[in-house]
Design a protein around this ligand. Structure first.
Ligand code: SF4
Ligand code: SF4
Length: 192
């Protein structure tokens, strides 16, 4: 059942706004003078020379996950593009050459200028084929066209940049579990 919350009416002082502005400025100056007193404790970062260290689960730019043979895990089901509120994912499907898989994407593009980085695409994907865990937050280019991430770009990532316990990333080519995954998939295994 909905609960009705009674709003407290503002006092005359609050309604004048002046006291609230003075209180706000008080907080601002408190921080300013505290920083002047202890400049070594100031939370400063020399960006962009020093890169921002975001946590592993930070929602950054997208990547497409790879199978052990390097092909995209995506099965072109269109669930991500259907869930996308910004309508910025373009997919074109084609039949897969692997008899175990029905379809694969011929084209997969994300327009990062339109994307709102909500994460609904990765939530919707039934096969963990799209992720936003690259930790890349600063995307800057000179032309609009460069903001359209195509399939080669989305697949261009290295398992070394992802944790050793991230099994799905480590099964991709160059990953710690790639040889083992290739055997399970019945793919040709390179013996060193
Ligand atoms: S993060 Fe959100 S807006 Fe961006 S592609 Fe995914 S679903 Fe669309
Ligand atoms: S939801 Fe996943 S499998 Fe389906 S089209 Fe999108 S990335 Fe590919």
């Amino acid at each position: 059942m909905a609960k009705v919350i009674q709003r407290r009416s503002l006092t005359l002082l609050e309604r004048s706004y002046l006291w609230e502005i003075i209180k706000g400025m008080g907080t601002t100056f408190k921080h300013l003078f505290r920083n002047f007193k202890n400049p070594e404790k100031m939370q400063l970062m020399s960006y962009p020379e020093v890169e921002v260290q975001t946590p592993q689960n930070y929602r950054g730019s997208h990547r497409l996950m790879k199978r052990p043979d390097g092909e995209p895990r995506c099965v072109a089901c269109y669930m991500c593009s259907t869930a996308c509120p910004a309508r910025c994912i373009t997919i074109e499907a084609e039949p897969s050459s692997d008899p175990r898989i029905e379809k694969k994407p011929r084209k997969f593009e994300i327009d990062w200028l339109v994307c709102v980085f909500c994460g609904l695409c990765e939530e919707a994907c039934p096969v963990d084929a799209i992720r936003m865990d690259t930790r890349k937050v600063a995307i800057s280019h000179y032309t609009r066209k460069e903001f359209i991430a195509d399939m080669p770009r989305l697949l261009n990532w290295d398992p070394k940049d992802f944790p050793a316990n991230d099994a799905q990333s480590q099964k991709a080519p160059g990953g710690k579990q790639n040889q083992q995954a290739k055997q399970i998939w019945g793919l040709e295994v390179k013996h060193s």
